[in-house]
Write a protein that binds this ligand. Structure first.
Ligand SMILES: *Cc1c(COP(=O)(O)O)cnc(C)c1O
Length: 373
């Protein structure tokens, strides 16, 4: 049996978890959390990185930081995970869904401007499969209209856009370290603050609305309730597990890219299959390998065929605008040219750190067998 995803299992993970416990402080903002935060600040050249309990929570922090209010509008692709928009709906915003590009499954930057009104607060972009959106175009539109850009880079850790790490380009970036992502702490994430004006408040919101972080730095002599907030700090045990992976980030990234390239090489001359496109401006991180088939029916057929052969492949998002909550909290602006049809044709193949090369060959051979070639 070949699973769709398996948790990363590295020796250092055990060692660092033990160290975290030996440190006698496994609550939030312990030694390993600080090591992880600094790691991102130093390696990704961002102004502030803070681990959070999830990417969902990092997005909720982003919604609070930009002061999302009742009646504000947020522009987002419909082809994404619920958390991308839920965070803003929780604060009373309406979501304006727009179409994706056929090739990358990312938000179509050319369609953003038509959805902007005087109520638009932010554009939330999603770097699908760790492949960057067209960030120059998106940033230019946002600057022109004086609105924020939030990057949902849950899948985009260690991928780049023109040499900049995803998550470090917009005003705020959000990462996921969920078990299904490239680097994992079981459940977890990070918020990356690129717009300096949000740094101080981000620390407060993450610490239940208190200035406790300043207190620990000795900047105030007692800490009190100063703003709204919640508890967005992960345990240092989780951070310890993540830190072990950050130390070997290039090895993990390369391993995934090798798998991705192997799939690509072995499937590229099957005319019944469409393979992912990587734009010139993007260097991806092997987060996902998907194929697109001619129809919904063939997609589901192949998925069943692979399962009969012990291979777990999965489809992905049901467009949010077609879901019950999506109808209540948002609307699709413009034509749904690709979102629905392309999402129905997409199939994700097994992908995780350590997936064996022989397994990739076996999967590709089974796909050929399905097409009788
Ligand atoms: C996984 C994912 C999330 C949610 O991440 P969690 O850490 O599980 O909250 C949000 N957005 C996208 C695009 C994702 O892929």
């Amino acid at each position: 049996m070949i699973n769709f995803n398996e948790s990363i299992n590295i020796e250092k993970g055990y060692e660092y978890i033990k160290q975290a416990i030996d440190n006698k402080k496994i609550s939030g903002d312990g030694i390993f959390t600080k090591k992880c935060n600094s790691w991102f600040e130093e390696n990704y050249h961002c102004k502030k990185a803070l681990l959070t309990t999830s990417c969902t929570h990092a997005l909720e922090m982003a919604a609070i930081l930009i002061d999302t209010k009742q009646g504000d509008e947020i522009i987002s692709p419909s082809y994404t995970f619920v958390s991308t928009v839920n965070a803003f709906v929780l604060r009373g915003a309406k979501i304006k869904f727009i179409d994706i590009e056929r090739d990358t499954m990312n938000i179509d930057a050319d369609k953003i401007e038509k959805a902007i009104t005087d109520k638009t607060k932010a554009i939330v972009v999603v770097h699908y499969a760790g492949v960057s959106c067209n960030m120059d175009e998106i940033m230019n539109i946002a600057r022109k209209h004086n609105i924020y850009v939030i990057e949902d880079a849950a899948q985009g850790v260690h991928a780049t856009y023109k040499d900049k790490f995803l998550g470090t380009i917009g005003d705020i970036g959000c990462y996921s370290f969920h078990d299904t992502k490239n680097y994992t702490m079981g459940e977890g994430g990070a918020i990356i603050i690129n717009n300096e004006k949000f740094i101080e408040r981000a620390e407060i919101i993450r610490e239940k609305g208190t200035d406790r972080t300043k207190f620990f730095r000795g900047e105030v002599d007692k800490y009190t309730w100063v703003d709204i907030g919640s508890s967005y700090l992960p345990s240092d045990i989780n951070a310890a597990y993540l830190y072990g992976q950050l130390e070997i980030v290039d090895e993990i990234n390369k391993n995934r890219l090798d798998t991705w390239n192997n799939y690509y090489k072995n499937l590229k001359n099957i005319k019944e299959i469409e393979l992912p496109t990587i734009p010139e401006y993007a260097v991806h991180n092997g987060h996902m390998f998907y194929i697109k088939l001619d129809s919904h029916k063939i997609r589901n057929d192949i998925m069943n065929y692979l399962r009969e052969n012990g291979i777990y492949s999965v489809f992905h998002y049901i467009p949010l605008h077609s879901a019950k909550a999506g109808e209540n909290y948002g609307e699709f602006i413009g034509e749904d040219r690709y979102t629905t049809v392309e999402s129905e044709k997409l199939l994700r193949l097994p992908m995780y750190y350590g997936l064996e090369k022989e397994d990739v060959i076996y999967i590709c051979n089974k796909i050929r067998e399905y097409f009788k070639i």
